[in-house]
Design a protein around this ligand. Sequence first.
Ligand code: C2E
Ligand code: MG
Ligand code: MG
Length: 736
Amino acid sequence: MPSIFSKRSAILGAGRHTTVAGVLFSFAVVVAVVTMMVLNALDHVAQKSNVLDDERSRATVSGALQNFVSQFCATLNDYAAWDDAVKNVYATDGMDWTVSNYGEASVNSALFDIAIVIDDDRTPIMAYRDGKPMDGSLQDFVSPALWALFDKVKASGPRDVPEASGFIGTRQGIAVAGVALVREKSGALAAAEGQHRYLIFIRHLDARKIDEISAIYVIGGLKLVAPDFAAPYSVPLDDALGTSLGKLIWISRAPGDIGFADVRGQVVEAICLVGLFFIVLLIIGFMAGRRLKSEEINAREEAHRDRLSGLLNRDGLRVSVDALVATAKQTHHNVLLLYLDLDGFKEVNDSYGHGTGDQLIRAVAAGLRVLIPDGAVLARIGGDEFAIAFASRQADAAALQLSEHILDFLAEPLEIGRRVVVIGASIGIASSAGGSVDREELVRRADLAMYKAKEAGRARMTLYNPAMDTDREERNALELDLRMAIEGGDLTLAYQPLIDAVTTEMVGVEALVRWNRPGHGPVSPEVFIPVAETSGLIEALGLFVLRKACETAKDWPELRISVNVSPGQFRNPAFTDYVRYVLRQTEMEAKRITLEVTEGYMIQNPKRTRQAIEQLKTLGVKIALDDFGSGFSSIGYLRQFGFDRIKIDRSLVMDIQHSDSQREMLKATVALARSLDIPVTAEGIETQEQAATVRQFGCDTLQGFFFGRPMPAEQITERLLDARALKAGGRRINAA
Ligand code: C2E
Ligand code: MG
Ligand code: MG
């Protein structure tokens, strides 16, 4: 039978899986976003670092170029502002010096590869390239920018340094060119204007020079390209006329990219690791949560379970019946609830101990488990109370049928260990059609029906009906009034004479409790004694009767006193002590007291009855079996329990005048008792004939309206006084 709890945990479990998946998905998204953000930031840093490095490279390239140009200018200055040069360049015979010091120096020079000396009209006097005289026209070889430099030098004033440099284009490529007036070191020059000589140095930015710069300044891939070459970073080479000759470019080192490429893997790994860590954390958290949840469910289930039987307990039943009622509202089924109280469980417990009692509960639980229909809820809701709830299309029929099976099962003697115990059950049934009756009311009805079943005599089932509620109310009111009557001492005793069958003398009285219920009048003990039994009032009531009877009987020393004892009193292990205590308190002789017990209790608890009878007999009191013949009792019981007397029930006496079989039965019963040496009292003698018959059969004591109704103590006293007077008169006559 899948419990409601297991269903609920399954639902919870499914919900939890979706939550886990959801959280894991969200978490994966977060990890991905974080990874992207970190990588983006790193990329940004890398780009920034690239830009910075490129800026630095450009500064370096342009610095290197400036450095080259300034070295070039310094060389030009050395060669042009030179006293020896003035002597030779301006002299007509100075050509050799000029060629040797200027022209031929252009070979293998790191500083210039072309050396030219020209006059004011731009006419070359000497033109050497790589140590050899240049061919062709100088004008054709160089770009006009050179002449712009030349013009600048030529136009320079006395305060200016007559030198100028800049980039120019040549047939060979791009070059740095410098023009300087040949003059003395001091700057003085004797030659007149128009007769000046100018030294021109040109240094081409050839591949070697570029490689050299590249190597010295550690700029990878430095090269000269055309001005229109697209490059993110470059250093332009413009001539004096503003013409773009070309530009220097280099390979960006992109240190950011390199760094980024280096760390990217590690960063991703690190984030993945962090992600993994959190996933593990998450999983551990979820597992812990799940464990807690399942522990919680277990604890809740535990809390709804009865440890002894393994069935649901009262709380578990509450939850289950609520669920059944809720479902029935939708399915329009009926919810049937059976309340079941074991008859005689207390006695098994008392007689054989709690171990046997526990075993009995387990055995009953196991039996019920087999009998209930599929899907039914089975609970133990008290010491010996069980409940069964199930949904059914049928109305009460299904419950009645199940109850019948249960009663049949419990009617069989149960083997508990080496013992065989006989119990029974009272079953109350209530139903909730289509869930129309809620759990609380359903339980109340089933409980009430169960009490009715118990009251009606055990081992039966009772269906709830609304009249029970009024009964119950009346009963509750009666119980309340009875309690007040006991506490307020409002109960009284009536005494019914017990007559010697031979002498017809009153030899004893039976004390019978009387209650005049305020507002209602006299209530029969047959009505209120059972109420006292089930409400726990019987002990106080019984004690009152015994004490009152003993006190009153002190005035009647010649009479035996019979007092009725209820099963509820008999069940109490301290009962003997109570009796002893009352006898001592009232100074009553034990042998004058007869306790009358009915058979119902004995049948259920033979062992306990025997023990109680034995104990009471040690006090000296006598025990009579009351109402013999009204129930199941057999003569065998008499022997077994050692009764001192039996009282034949009124029902057996009633019809002896009209029914032969009844007469025979009475006759046989009395004969049997007498054969066991047990004296017999006949109850309910209403006529002379009945008295004569039972006397004839062998009853030694007679009781009934014919001899006297139950009466107040005073009337008994009067009768006694009359009898004593009669006796005294008789003695006097005898004496005379
Ligand atoms: P019981 O012990 O068998 O008492 C005899 C009952 O039969 C009494 O009814 C009595 O009035 C009635 N009775 C006696 N002779 C005749 C007769 O000739 N004809 C008819 N029709 N009835 C007769 P009562 O007083 O109503 O008591 C009913 C039962 O209530 C008692 O039956 C006894 O079982 C119980 N009871 C009465 N007093 C006490 C009590 O103090 N303690 C306990 N535990 N039970 C009591
Ligand atoms: Mg009696
Ligand atoms: Mg009786």
